[in-house]
Write a protein that binds this ligand. Structure first.
Ligand code: HEM
Length: 355
C-alpha cells in the first residue's frame, strides 16, 4: 500500500514535471541564446545604434520607447513593427504611436546588418530589446545581460495598443493599473518612468497642463511656475506642435535628474508629476530614493527593463523569425516574388518598376 502510494506519488510527480517542464523551459530566455548562431549580434546592433546616435542623440530615447510600446501590446513580440497590410492593422497608427513613434528605420537598418552576418536567426523582438540596452549604455545609463530568444509575432493589435498604452494625463491609480495588467508593480512604474530622463515630447501632450488643467481654465497646480512660463514659451496655446525636452537639465542623458525634477515640480507630463505630487502616495519615497542615489535608480531600471522585456514573449516554436521586421514572412515571400516578377518583367520590357 505504502509502495503503491509512493509509486502513484512519484508517477504524479513525473506527470507534473513532464507537464510543466517544457512550458517553463519554453518560456526561458537566455543571454547566451545566440552564442553559437550569431555571436556578434550585440556588437552589430551597437555599431548601428552608435552611428545613428552620433547624428541624432534623441534616437536612443526613441528606441527605448519603441521597445516599451512593443512589450505593452501582446508582449515583446515586435508586433509594433508590423506595417498595414490586407490582414494586419498596424499598431503604428494607434493613438499613442501615430506621428510619434520613431526609430522604425533604424530597426530595419539593424536587421539588415544582422541578417548579413547571420541570416534568419535573430528575431526583430530581440533586436528591439538589445537596442534598448545599448541605448541605455550610450545614454550614460546602466548595462545588463539581455535575456534573448524571443520570436516575432504573426499578428498586431491596434485596439490593444490603444487600450494598454498609458496616457500622459493618467493619474497614479490609472498608471498603476496599466502596469499591473503587464505584471509590473509600483517600483517598476517609477523606475521605468525614469526613461523620461531623456528624449522629447510634443507640446500637444502638455497643453492641458499649461493652459486649462482638467477644465479649470488654469494651469496644473503641481507645475513649478517658472517652469510653466518656460514651457509656455516653447508651447504657445494654439501654436505649432513643437518638441520639448523631458529633462530641461540633462536632456540627452540617463541620470537621476528626472527624479530630482519631480521633487521640484518640474515633471513634464502629468503622469510624471503624479509619481511625486499625489498626496500620500507610495511612489514618493521611491522617487526620493532614486533621486538621492543614482546607483539605486540604475539597479532598479535594469531590473525593471529585464522584467518588461519578459512580458508575453514567444519562444520555442511559437511565432517566427521575421525576415523583414515590417512584415510577417508569408508577406515577405509575396514581396520577394513580386520583386522578382517585376524585375523580370522590367528587364524584358526595358522599363524600371518597383513595388
Ligand atoms: C508611465 C506611463 C507613460 C506614459 C503616460 C508615457 C507617455 C509618453 C509620451 C506622451 C511621450 C511623448 C511622445 C511624443 O510626444 O511623441 C513619451 C515619450 C517617451 N517615453 Fe514614455 N510614457 C510612459 C512610460 C514610459 C516607459 C515605461 C518608457 C520606457 C521604459 C518610456 C520611454 C519614453 C521615452 C524614452 C520617450 C521619449 C521618446 C523620444 O524622444 O522619441 N515611457 N512617453
Amino acid at each position: 500500500m505504502g509502495c503503491f502510494h509512493l509509486t502513484v506519488t512519484s508517477l504524479c510527480f513525473v506527470v507534473v514535471v513532464v507537464g510543466v517542464l517544457p512550458l517553463s523551459l519554453d518560456a526561458q530566455l537566455d543571454p547566451s541564446f545566440y552564442r553559437d548562431t550569431c555571436p556578434k549580434v550585440h556588437s552589430i546592433v551597437r555599431e548601428v545604434v552608435r552611428n545613428v546616435s552620433k547624428k541624432d542623440p534623441r534616437m536612443l530615447a526613441s528606441l527605448i520607447r519603441l521597445h516599451f510600446h512593443d512589450c505593452f501590446v501582446q508582449g515583446c513580440d515586435a508586433s509594433v513593427l508590423l506595417n498595414n497590410t490586407a490582414t494586419i492593422e498596424s499598431e503604428q497608427q494607434a493613438l499613442p504611436n501615430n506621428n510619434s513613434l520613431r526609430g522604425l528605420d533604424v530597426v530595419n537598418d539593424i536587421k539588415t546588418a544582422v541578417e548579413q552576418a547571420c541570416p534568419g536567426v535573430v528575431s526583430c523582438a530581440d533586436i528591439l530589446t538589445l537596442a534598448s540596452e545599448i541605448s541605455s549604455i550610450l545614454g550614460g545609463g546602466p548595462d545588463w545581460k539581455v535575456p534573448l530568444g524571443r520570436r516575432d509575432s504573426l499578428t498586431a493589435n491596434r485596439t490593444l495598443a490603444n487600450q494598454n498604452l498609458p496616457a500622459p494625463f493618467f493619474n497614479l491609480t490609472q498608471l498603476k493599473a496599466a502596469f499591473a495588467v503587464q505584471g509590473l508593480d509600483t517600483t517598476d512604474l517609477v523606475a521605468l518612468s525614469g526613461a523620461h530622463t531623456f528624449g522629447r515630447a510634443h507640446c500637444s501632450f502638455i497643453l492641458g497642463r499649461l493652459y486649462n488643467f482638467s477644465g479649470t481654465g488654469k494651469p496644473d497646480p503641481t507645475l513649478d511656475t517658472t517652469y510653466l512660463q518656460q514651457l509656455r514659451q516653447i508651447c504657445p496655446n494654439g501654436g505649432p506642435n513643437n518638441l520639448v525636452n523631458f529633462d530641461p537639465v540633462t536632456p540627452d542623458k540617463i541620470d537621476r535628474v528626472y527624479f530630482s525634477n519631480l521633487q521640484v515640480k518640474k515633471g513634464l507630463l502629468q503622469s510624471d508629476q503624479e509619481l511625486f505630487s499625489t498626496p500620500g502616495a507610495d511612489t514618493i519615497p521611491i522617487v526620493n530614493r532614486f533621486s538621492s542615489d543614482q546607483n539605486v535608480f540604475f539597479d532598479a531600471f535594469e531590473a525593471s527593463m529585464i522584467k518588461m522585456g519578459n512580458i508575453g514573449v514567444l519562444t520555442g516554436n511559437k511565432g517566427e523569425i521575421r525576415k523583414h521586421c515590417n512584415f510577417v514572412n508569408k508577406k515577405s515571400v509575396e514581396l520577394d516574388i513580386a520583386t522578382v516578377a517585376s524585375e523580370e518583367s522590367s528587364s524584358e520590357e526595358g522599363m524600371v518598376s518597383s513595388i
